[in-house]
Design a protein around this ligand. Sequence first.
Ligand SMILES: *[C@@H]1O[C@H](CO)[C@@H](O)[C@H](O)[C@H]1NC(C)=O
Ligand SMILES: *[C@@H]1O[C@H](CO)[C@@H](O)[C@H](O)[C@H]1NC(C)=O
Ligand SMILES: *[C@@H]1O[C@H](CO)[C@@H](O)[C@H](O)[C@H]1NC(C)=O
Ligand SMILES: *[C@@H]1O[C@H](CO)[C@@H](O)[C@H](O)[C@H]1NC(C)=O
Ligand SMILES: *[C@@H]1O[C@H](CO)[C@@H](O)[C@H](O)[C@H]1NC(C)=O
Length: 164
Amino acid sequence: MVLLSVIVYLVLNGIATTTKIKGNFHCTKPPKECTDCVEWNGSLYNFINTTQSYENSSMICQHKSNDTHLVYIESKEENEFVTRMLATFGSRVTPWIGLSDGKSEGNWTWGNHRAEYFNWDHGEPNGERGENNVIINLVHDGKWYDVPPGWHCPTVCEKKLHAR
Ligand SMILES: *[C@@H]1O[C@H](CO)[C@@H](O)[C@H](O)[C@H]1NC(C)=O
Ligand SMILES: *[C@@H]1O[C@H](CO)[C@@H](O)[C@H](O)[C@H]1NC(C)=O
Ligand SMILES: *[C@@H]1O[C@H](CO)[C@@H](O)[C@H](O)[C@H]1NC(C)=O
Ligand SMILES: *[C@@H]1O[C@H](CO)[C@@H](O)[C@H](O)[C@H]1NC(C)=O
Ligand SMILES: *[C@@H]1O[C@H](CO)[C@@H](O)[C@H](O)[C@H]1NC(C)=O
């Protein structure tokens, strides 16, 4: 059975390979948007391991392009994806995410739209006016923490790809 499968596999792949090299193609690959990004649900995600203030992390993302920003995590699935992606960089990373209530206390926003999904750890957010920016904590399973100014953390940028 196994041998048969191997033979079938080889035959099918042999045929596929032959089909591929028929004809005369002049193709170029599309340029890569970003060599160290991971794509998920129509966005590119990029982890930057150097620790920065929240403002500088945010600026690093914005400098990549005008539609790149600190990651906006808007669903449980997206939080799970980001947690899995970050786990490939180590089990203790705690980068900034794009959630902030700096404009209006308690009104958490992603850029200029109001957040609906949250993954706060128990007792978070607890900083009130003193803690307006947020990290995702892999030590605690991808839960979120509001943290005070002065912290330096790594960065996750997100760029939404446009309709292709
Ligand atoms: C932000 O980055 C600039 C340029 O690298 C640096 O001079 C500045 O000290 C950084 N600010 C903070 C708060 O780390
Ligand atoms: C910002 O991005 C949009 C959409 O990609 C583009 O149309 C626009 O020209 C960009 N603006 C600047 C100043 O780069
Ligand atoms: C995937 O992206 C679409 C379009 O932005 C969004 O509406 C949807 O909620 C996202 N899916 C998940 C699971 O986050
Ligand atoms: C990220 O930085 C930390 C602290 O400098 C280091 O221990 C870790 O190995 C780095 N991870 C990667 C994937 O570069
Ligand atoms: C919260 O912030 C959003 C986005 O800036 C804004 O549209 C909304 O009116 C604010 N809500 C309150 C209660 O301040």
